[in-house]
Ligand binder design. Structure first.
Ligand code: SF4
Length: 256
């Protein structure tokens, strides 16, 4: 057998795939149809430095417990489906690498402030209905698609007014982190209020009066205490706390 030189040995060790290590993944399990309380179940999961929390959960589903309920789709932080609490912080599972958590124990729980369907899957009905209620689209009397209507041109400054707020993927992490949502389940929430601002601030839109009336109610914009936790957890760089403050500016007459 040919001998291997020290240099070759060094090259082989540099290109070799690192040995996987294991972490303990603790998953909250709860079926509200059959159980009165949730329980935590531990699983040993092999991980590489690029393993995400979603990868680890899917490993458990594939090899150890097929019954785990988890919602996911795109695996690239675009669809907003895999929100959950990871070591206590609302996060996207597909966007959170285990190596970045600096812990050999990773606990996953369903997002707070949403009804639990089962295990890690929560019910988004209120998120979507509040979003829809505030009319998340451009409102105009004329239309882009009939007659001789033209493009609605905007300057870069016009676009800057709302651009970051249009990045929302409706993942619900901001609502999960919101302390007002924890005490008032009828609160419109940071996600919907931020989207109201996104359209109010768009100079193509003519629905400002209508939307401002909708947010100016008892479970609306004034219930926000500006804790700012929504902005700390957003995976898309949206700043809902700022959006809510800017929206208040219209109601208080500072903005037109
Ligand atoms: S504002 Fe951010 S955290 Fe809230 S739903 Fe949209 S993307 Fe998710």
């Amino acid at each position: 057998m040919a001998a291997i030189s020290p240099k070759m040995a060094e090259e082989v060790s540099q290109t070799a795939v690192p040995t996987p290590k294991s972490i303990t993944l603790v998953i909250s399990k709860f079926n509200p149809n059959h159980e009165s309380s949730y329980k935590f179940v531990e699983f040993k999961v092999p991980v590489q430095k690029w393993t995400t929390v979603l990868d680890a959960i899917l490993y458990v589903k594939q090899h150890l417990d097929t019954s785990i309920a988890v919602r996911y789709s795109c695996r690239q932080a675009s669809c907003g489906s895999c929100g959950m609490k990871i070591n206590g912080k609302p996060s996207l599972a597909c966007y959170t690498k285990i190596s970045e958590l600096n812990s050999d124990i990773v606990t996953v729980e369903p997002m707070s402030n949403f009804p639990i369907i089962r295990d890690l899957a929560v019910d988004f009905t209120s998120l979507f209905s509040n979003h829809k209620k505030l009319k998340p689209y451009i409102i105009r009397e004329d239309s882009e698609i009939v007659g001789d209507a033209k493009e609605f041109l905007q300057t870069p400054k016009d676009v800057e007014e709302y651009l970051q707020f249009s990045y929302c993927i409706k993942c619900g992490l901001c609502n999960s982190a919101c302390p007002t949502m924890a005490t008032d389940s009828s609160f419109l929430g940071p996600q919907a209020l931020t989207q109201a601002y996104r359209y109010v601030a768009d100079n193509r839109d003519k629905g400002k009066k209508e939307r401002l009336k909708m947010v100016d109610e008892s479970h609306g914009i004034w219930r926000c205490h500006f804790a700012g936790s929504c902005s700390k957890v957003c995976p898309k760089g949206v700043d809902p706390a700022m959006g809510i403050q800017l929206l208040r500016g219209y109601l208080l007459g500072f903005r037109k």
